[in-house]
Design a protein around this ligand. Structure first.
Ligand SMILES: Cc1ncc(C[n+]2csc(CCOP(=O)(O)OP(=O)(O)O)c2C)c(N)n1
Ligand SMILES: [Mg+2]
Length: 296
């Protein structure tokens, strides 16, 4: 694990800067949507996820879906920070000859599915979850959603199905920044409402301050430790981001508990997070993963 909290914060700072540079260069985009999620995505990519930075198609890679696809510049900045593309590539954002479009598309090899039509990412993540189980490959899928996006009914259709099928290898992280495209969201910074909704669908949900690294990291730890056994709510105050993981069932905990885990997350004033599978016990070696690493 590369990643001390200071290192994760520094990565997030660089992600913010590069996102701003890219959207400025392109003259369009959603820079604020990138900024609110930078701390969360730093932890997800540089602490939680495991993948081979040299092989986007390694079946054992953990998967990431940017369901709030309009924050694509942040995702491109992540791949630059991971050493997968150059920083200067990120500045080609939205050019006709660039594979780095304003929303993620599979023209970029690390993107499995085009996103940007809000509401669809969690459904695709659930498909990944099924695939992992059918192929017996223990990868996890992380889906980052917007809070405004959660007004889309498809999010809850996916949440219900994930719970029914105990998709314990699926994490949903909701960035509760209180804003949709042109105004306040219905629930604004009331992250507990997000967590309660996910819980109502059978998820293990936590809330965190999405800019507090101790809380974010702890939420993932809690999820790994308790996600399948004792659903617990982490009380927090208001949050800007909410991560919800569907959870991992490596140890079969979720299966036994009969529920899917979820995580919820945080914000910019105080916020909250949720769930976590366990980082603790080392994951069994995955096929073809010998070169996998957390990029530094
Ligand atoms: C199905 C659909 N409807 C509308 C839009 C237009 N749109 C783009 S960004 C956005 C606001 C998204 O807000 P939120 O999910 O909270 O993300 P944030 O930018 O706050 O992170 C909207 C409505 C879209 N991309 N897809
Ligand atoms: Mg929002």
């Amino acid at each position: 694990m590369t990643t001390s909290i200071d290192a994760l914060k520094e990565k997030a700072r660089r992600l913010r800067i590069l996102s701003m540079k890219a959207t400025t260069e392109a003259g369009s985009g959603h820079p604020s949507s990138c900024l609110s999620a930078a701390d969360l995505i730093s932890v997800i990519f540089f602490h939680e996820m495991q993948f081979d930075p040299k092989d986007p198609h390694n079946p054992a890679n953990d998967r990431f879906i940017l369901s709030k696809g309009h924050a694509a510049p942040l995702l491109w900045a992540v791949y630059a920070e991971a050493g997968i593309i150059d920083e200067k590539d990120v500045l080609t954002l939205r050019r006709l000859d660039s594979i780095l479009e304003g929303h993620p598309t599979p023209r970029m090899p690390w993107v499995d599915v085009a996103t940007g039509s809000l509401g669809q990412g969690l459904s695709v993540g659930l498909g990944n979850s099924f695939a992992a189980k059918l192929d017996n490959i223990p990868f996890n899928t992380y889906v980052l959603l917007g809070d405004g996006e959660c007004a889309e009914g498809q999010v809850w259709e996916a949440a219900a199905l994930a719970s029914y099928y105990k998709a314990s290898n699926l994490y949903a992280i909701v960035d509760v920044n209180g804003l949709g495209q042109s105004g306040r969201t219905m629930d604004q910074f009331d992250v507990n409402r997000f967590a309660d909704k996910f819980r109502a669908f059978g998820w293990f949900a936590q809330t965190v301050d999405g800019h507090n690294y101790d809380e974010i990291l702890n939420a993932f730890d809690v999820f790994r430790r308790d996600g399948g056994t004792q659903p617990r709510a982490r009380r927090a105050t208001r949050g800007r981001h909410l991560p919800f993981p569907g959870g991992s069932d490596r140890e079969g905990l979720l299966r036994r508990a009969g529920r899917a885990p979820a995580v919820g997350l945080a914000d910019g004033s105080p916020s909250r997070i949720s769930p976590a599978r366990s980082r603790a016990p080392a994951r069994p070696a995955r096929p073809g993963r010998s070169r996998r690493s957390r990029p530094g």
